[in-house]
Design a protein around this ligand. Structure first.
Ligand code: NAD
Length: 346
């Protein structure tokens, strides 16, 4: 394709408006042509920021439109299945924000629909840590073998405060921990077999009903292990760190020490409020790579299978949350995703 990729964004809340802004201003080879939101006033408001972009309340109109080549879905997870199915039916390249869907059965239906209706990958899932320069460097280091065999990952994922729709403890597993689920599958290049979600003493500053923080333990298929602390009301800022422990050494990312200021007998840096700042480069690279791949007629990055597997692990995590006991992750036969290239995804 030589012409710019004409992109429509579905759902222009916090994340979708951010993606619309990058597509309109920073991404090469793409034109933002339309935005859709169930709240049409909001869609119009976002469209008005970008000359020539039209607004609609109907996501399915946008997906079907002849002047839309590719669709970025950033509506809430419950709306993803029908919208991704429509994209598949119209043969449109799709970047679907995580989660692919909110339960593993519907996520698997999308893997199978992509296989049966299209026969090749068309959908990428928005696990953007895979595009963050620090995570990419860590992945290259692990894959190079210079640290020897990867044995353990330690993840930390903290938010300043949780959004109002985090009303029960499972939201932390489904919406926050799921990022580390994908990171672990990707860095180990293996499936997670067992997940345990433990709840230490709850912070007095967590909203009522939310067990926060949580500590999760993943057992990988090859025997490796990962621990993740998720604390979504730390009241400090947005912090994501990862330490990989291997046979010959260890490596840490996310220390956020780019700018250390020393003055008045002290030193320190800045911790951003949210993910849009910490992962700004990752989102830019993710969307730029997606646009480039669509124009080449390919798909890069996390696949529908990765989206399905992450949702299946999160589902088992929610079951474990209830008892604190390990829960086995039941995955479908990988043949469900035989249309995906073996080198794609975890
Ligand atoms: N990758 C990341 O780091 C990251 C970060 C935040 C959110 N997300 C994901 O992005 C998606 C959106 O999250 P958000 O925080 O922007 O939520 P949000 O609530 O701020 O925005 C969602 C928008 O979708 C609209 N909407 C609701 N139902 C719709 C439908 N059926 N069709 C079209 N629009 C609809 C709402 O009116 C709202 O404007 C979620 O899947 C979320 O998990 C990903």
């Amino acid at each position: 394709m030589t012409a710019p990729l004409r992109v429509g964004v579905v759902g222009v809340g916090i994340m979708g408006a951010d993606h619309a802004e990058r597509l309109a201003s920073r991404i090469a080879g793409a034109d933002l042509v339309a935005v859709a939101d169930a709240d049409v006033d909001h869609a119009s408001e976002v469209a008005a920021r970008h000359p020539g972009v039209r607004a609609t309340a109907d996501a399915f109109d946008l997906i079907a439109a002849d002047d839309v080549d590719a669709v970025l879905i950033a509506s809430p997870g419950f709306a993803h299945e029908e919208q991704v199915l429509a994209c598949l039916a119209h043969g449109k390249y799709t970047l679907c924000e995580k989660p692919l869907t909110t339960d593993s059965a519907s996520a698997l239906r999308l893997v199978e629909a992509e296989r049966d209706k299209v026969g090749r990958p068309l959908v990428q899932v928005g696990f953007m840590r895979r595009f963050d320069p620090e995570y990419v460097e860590l992945k290259h280091l692990i894959d190079s073998g210079r640290l020897g065999r990867l044995l353990v990952l330690h993840n930390i994922h903290r938010n300043k405060t949780s959004p109002p729709w985090f009303r029960d403890s499972s939201s932390i597993v489904n919406d926050s921990l799921v990022h580390e689920v994908d990171v672990c599958r990707w860095l180990f290049a293996e499936e997670i077999e067992t997940i345990t979600v433990l709840t230490p003493a709850t912070s007095g500053r967590a909203p009522v009903g939310l067990r926060d923080p949580q500590v999760a333990i993943f057992q990988l298929a090859g025997g490796g292990m990962a621990t993740t602390e998720v604390f979504v009301n730390s009241h400090v800022g947005y912090e994501v760190r990862c330490e990989a422990v291997a046979e010959l050494g260890s490596a840490t990312i996310g220390l956020g020490q780019n700018l250390l200021v020393r003055r008045d007998n002290g030193y320190g840096g800045h911790i951003p409020d949210d993910y849009r700042v910490r992962f700004a480069r990752a989102y830019d690279i993710e969307v730029q790579d997606w646009v480039r791949a669509c124009r080449r007629g390919t798909v890069v990055g996390p696949t529908t299978w990765d989206g399905y597997a992450a949702t299946a692990v999160a589902e088992a995590g929610v079951a474990s949350l209830a008892t604190g006991r390990p829960v086995r992750v039941e995955l479908a036969d990988r043949a469900a995703a035989r249309h995906l290239c073996p080198e794609q995804g975890a």
